[in-house]
Write a protein that binds this ligand. Structure first.
Ligand SMILES: Nc1nc2c(c(=O)[nH]1)N[C@H]1C(S)=C(S)[C@@H](COP(=O)(O)O)O[C@H]1N2
Ligand SMILES: [Mo]
Length: 250
């Protein structure tokens, strides 16, 4: 084998195309919003297509026993957004916090913390896996994202991504495959208490099959869109805008 890189590239490409053929015509659910060029793009497609194929029955991420909960769940990344709008809400104990749900929904809404707590609730004990080399088990309580979209009257036919913005300027998008998953929740509780500030108060996203950076903290708004084109860097998230993977299965 003269050139191991091109051989690997060929194998990855063949695998990706094979997976896409197997999943049939809805190839969209197997591709990131923007496919990168080169070997990274090929491996993105291969990874996502393979995982989606394996997860096509929407299995749950492993849930753990209460005895396995990590004492003092770590905080990581931003732990207290300095932005003025956030600081104002924090000092009012988030009574005035509202989560607008806009875009391709049938009835745009704006939810208070109390509204969110009145929606159907899910509690799950799961392992958070940070791409930077640590993991911890926590018990999260919140409203399934699907229920939030239902409260907004459902989504339009051309809805493809849910875009989440945060008070510290982060954003990420999630395709409908992950959006409708039962463990994708807007969490307001950790280990039976209100979500602590450092872990993303008042509400954070839990996307249990994705690694740390897709689990956004300090939620500010939700938008349903048909494409990520023209939104910020156009790759579908703050992390993929700086060359991390958009699809970050854990
Ligand atoms: N808004 C926002 N969300 C974020 C981050 C951040 O800095 N800001 N860091 C991410 C990363 S890399 C990880 S590992 C987890 C950390 O969550 P924790 O502080 O509850 O441990 O949040 C993710 N969500
Ligand atoms: Mo992370």
């Amino acid at each position: 084998m003269k050139n191991p890189v091109s051989r690997r590239e060929f194998l990855a490409g063949a695998g990706a195309i094979g997976s896409l053929m197997l999943v049939g015509c809805d190839a969209n659910a197997y591709l990131p919003p923007k496919v990168r060029g080169g070997l990274m793009g090929v491996s993105d497609v291969l990874t996502m297509a393979t995982q989606r194929l394996m997860l096509s029955g929407q299995p749950l991420a492993q849930e753990h026993d209460v005895s396995e909960i990590t004492k003092n769940f770590p905080t990581w990344g931003n732990t207290n957004p300095r932005q003025e709008d956030f600081q104002r809400l924090l000092s009012g104990e988030f009574v005035d916090w509202r989560l607008p749900v806009n875009g391709l929904v049938n009835r745009p809404i704006s939810l208070s913390l109390e509204d969110l707590k009145r929606l159907p609730q899910r509690t799950q004990i799961t392992m958070h896996i940070c791409e930077q080399g640590w993991s911890a088990i926590g018990q999260w309580t919140g409203a399934p994202l699907l229920e939030v979209l239902r409260a907004a009257g459902g989504v339009a036919d051309d809805a493809r991504y849910v875009v989440v913005d945060t008070f510290d300027g982060w954003y990420e998008s999630y395709d409908m495959f992950d959006v409708v998953h039962p463990q994708t929740i807007l969490a307001y509780g950790l280990n039976g208490k209100d979500l602590p500030l450092g872990n993303g108060a008042p509400v954070r996203l839990r996307v249990e099959r994705a690694c740390g950076y897709k689990n956004l903290k300090f939620l500010k708004s939700i938008n349903v869109v048909s494409s990520m084109e023209g939104i910020r860097g156009g790759t579908g998230g703050i992390n993929s805008d700086s060359n991390w993977h958009w699809y970050a299965g854990a």
